[in-house]
Design a protein around this ligand. Structure first.
Ligand code: NAI
Ligand code: MG
Length: 491
C-alpha cells in the first residue's frame, strides 16, 4: 500500500503523520487504534498527537509560509502542484476508495464516489487560483488604487469523519490555491486517507511544510491547533458544539473562521410534483453514507393531498433497505463508531416512546459481523414539529415526514429549526419554485432535485446554526484569502 506503512502493530498497519515533509510519530509515542466500523476490529493505528506535536506542525507551516518558496510561487505554479495532486489521486483512486471505505464503513461505491469528487476538487482548484484577481477603484484625483487577494497565512483545517477525502480536498484545494500553508487534523475515527493525501502531495512536489497532517483526539490535537497563536485562520466542519469551542479558541487570537456545522435539511414536496422522479432522491438524500451527511435531507414536508400516497411509497422503499458491511455494497454501511450508533438508536427510541408512528424499518444484513456498528433505517410519519426528531441533527438513516396545507405553512415549517444548510423544493409550478427557493433560509436550494455531494463548483455553507463562510466553488477562494488595498499618491 505504499511507503506510509512504517511497520505493523498487533493487527495491522502503523500510519504516520506528515510534518514538514517528513513522516512523524507522536512525540509521546502514543497511538490510537483504528477500527473498521463494519466489524469493529482493529486493523491499523495512528499517532495520538498533543499540543507539542501541533506546535511542530504549525511552526513548519509558518516557516513554509514566511520563508519557503510557496509564498513567492506564481499562482499558476501552485495550480500545477494541485493538478499533479489531482493526477495522483486519479492514479491511486482504487487504493484511496478502499481505504476510505474500510476506515469509515461506507459502502464501496460511496468510497469510489468520494474519490471522484476528491479528484474533481483538486482539478477545479488546480485551475482556479490564477483566475482570482483584484480591482482598481476610481478614487481622488492624483491617486491610483488597487486591491490584491492575499492568503491568510497558516490555515488550520479540522476535518470530520463522514467524508474525510472530500472535505479534506475542499479545504486543501482552496487553501493551497490561494497560497496559504496548512495544518490539517482529520477526525480520530477517520484519518487514514488524509495521511495518504499528505504523502501524495509531496509526490506532487508541493513543497515541504506546505501541507502538514497531524492526527489525534479533538480535545488534544484539535483544541491545541485551534488555539495556536501562529495559526492565522481556522476552517472547521462538524458539530455545532465543537464549532463553538473552536471559535472560542480562535477568538483568543482574534482569528477568522469558516464554520460548516451541519443541518436539518427539508425537502418540500407539493401536490403537482413529479413523485416518481422525487421518490428515489428523497430516499437517497437520507440513506447516502448512512445519513451521516451534513446536507442529509432529514425532513420531508408533504402537501396534504399527496401525504398518504407518498408516505406509503416511501415506507415500501424503507422496508427494503439493508445495512451491511462496506465490501458488500448494501444500501448503507455501519455507523462510524459505537457512540454514533447509540446516538441514532437513542433518537429512534425516544421518538417511539413519544408515540411518533414508525411507518417502516429497514433491516441489518443477518450475515453482517456482530461487532459492526449497524443501525436499522427508520421512517417516522406525522412528526410533531417540536419533537427532538424534528429539530435536532440525528446524523443517521432516520427520516421524518410532516404534512402541510399551504405554501406558507411549508415555508414556515421548512425554516422552523435552528439550522439552514440545504433545502429541496419539488413542484412543476415555476413561480412557486422561485418564491419558495427565495424564502427558504438555506445556503443551497435544489429545485426538482437534491444533492450537494458533487457540485464542486457550487458555493456551499449555512445560515443560522449551520455556520458561516462559504466553501466550494470560487467563493471558497475568497474565504481563504483577504483583500489588501494599495493606494498610490502620485499627485
Ligand atoms: P465533532 O464535531 O466533535 O468532531 C469533528 C472534528 O472536530 C474531529 O476532527 C474532532 O477530532 C474535532 N474536535 C472535537 N473536539 C474538538 C475541540 N474541542 N477542538 C478542536 N477540534 C475538536 O463531532 P463528533 O463528536 O464526532 O460527532 C457528533 C455529532 O456531530 C454527529 O452526530 C453529527 O450530528 C455532528 N457532525 C456533523 C458533521 C458535519 O458534516 N456537519 C460531521 C461530523 C459530526
Ligand atoms: Mg475509522
Amino acid at each position: 500500500m505504499g511507503t506510509h506503512l512504517s511497520g505493523t502493530v498487533a493487527e495491522g498497519l502503523a500510519f504516520m503523520q506528515v510534518i514538514d515533509g517528513k513522516k512523524a510519530d507522536s512525540l509521546s509515542g502514543e497511538r490510537i487504534d483504528v477500527r473498521c466500523p463494519s466489524d469493529g476490529k482493529v486493523f491499523a493505528s495512528i499517532p495520538a498527537s498533543g499540543a507539542a506535536d501541533v506546535d511542530r506542525a504549525v511552526n513548519a507551516a509558518r516557516r513554509a509560509f514566511d520563508e519557503g518558496p510557496w509564498g513567492r510561487m506564481p499562482a499558476v505554479e501552485r495550480g500545477r502542484c494541485l493538478t499533479r495532486l489531482f493526477q495522483l489521486v486519479d492514479k491511486n483512486g482504487e487504493e484511496l476508495a478502499a481505504l476510505e471505505s474500510r476506515d469509515t464503513g461506507k459502502p464501496a461505491r460511496q468510497g469510489k464516489a468520494d474519490v471522484v469528487a476528491t479528484r474533481r476538487y483538486y482539478e477545479f482548484y488546480g485551475g482556479a487560483g490564477d483566475k482570482i484577481h483584484g480591482d482598481t477603484i476610481p478614487f481622488l484625483d492624483g491617486y491610483t488604487t488597487l486591491t490584491l487577494r492575499e492568503p491568510h497565512g497558516v490555515v488550520a483545517g479540522i476535518i470530520p469523519w463522514n467524508y474525510p477525502l472530500q472535505i479534506g480536498a475542499r479545504v486543501i484545494g482552496a487553501a493551497l490555491a490561494m497560497g496559504n500553508t496548512l495544518v490539517v487534523k482529520p477526525a480520530e475515527d477517520a484519518s487514514l486517507t488524509a495521511l495518504r493525501i499528505a504523502e501524495l502531495a509531496l509526490e506532487a512536489e508541493i513543497p515541504e511544510g506546505v501541507l502538514n497532517v497531524i492526527t489525534g483526539y479533538g480535545k488534544d490535537a484539535g483544541a491545541a491547533l485551534s488555539a495556536h497563536p501562529l495559526v492565522d485562520y481556522v476552517t472547521f466542519t462538524g458539530s455545532p458544539a465543537t464549532g463553538t469551542a473552536i471559535q472560542q479558541a480562535a477568538a483568543v487570537n482574534n482569528r477568522g473562521v469558516t464554520m460548516e456545522l451541519g443541518g436539518k435539511s427539508p425537502q418540500i414536496v407539493f401536490e403537482d410534483a413529479d413523485i416518481e422522479a422525487a421518490l428515489p432522491v428523497l430516499v437517497n438524500a437520507i440513506i447516502q453514507n448512512g445519513g451521516q451527511t451534513c446536507s442529509a435531507g432529514s425532513r420531508i414536508l408533504l402537501h396534504r393531498p399527496i401525504y398518504e400516497a407518498v408516505a406509503k411509497a416511501l415506507a415500501d422503499r424503507f422496508a427494503r433497505l439493508v445495512a451491511g458491511p462496506h465490501q458488500e455494497d448494501r444500501d448503507l454501511g455501519a455507523m462510524i463508531n459505537p457512540k454514533q450508533k447509540e446516538r441514532v438508536e437513542g433518537y429512534v427510541a425516544a421518538a417511539r416512546e413519544a408515540g411518533i408512528p414508525v411507518l417502516a424499518e429497514g433491516a441489518i444484513d443477518p450475515a453482517a459481523p456482530s461487532g459492526g456498528y449497524y443501525v436499522k433505517p427508520a421512517l417516522f410519519g406525522s412528526v410533531d414539529p417540536d419533537a427532538a426528531l424534528a429539530r435536532e441533527e440525528v446524523f443517521g438513516p432516520v427520516l421524518s415526514l410532516f404534512p402541510f396545507d399551504t405554501e406558507q405553512d411549508a415555508i414556515r415549517l421548512a425554516n422552523d429549526t435552528d439550522y439552514g444548510l440545504v433545502a429541496g423544493v419539488w413542484t412543476k409550478d415555476g413561480a412557486r419554485q422561485h418564491r419558495v427557493a427565495k424564502r427558504v433560509r438555506a445556503g443551497q436550494v435544489f429545485v426538482n432535485g437534491y444533492g450537494a455531494g458533487g457540485g464542486i463548483e457550487l458555493p456551499f455553507g449555512g445560515f443560522k446554526r449551520s455556520g458561516h463562510g462559504r466553501e466550494k466553488g470560487f467563493e471558497a477562494l475568497y474565504d481563504m484569502s483577504a483583500t489588501k488595498t494599495i493606494v498610490f499618491n502620485h499627485g
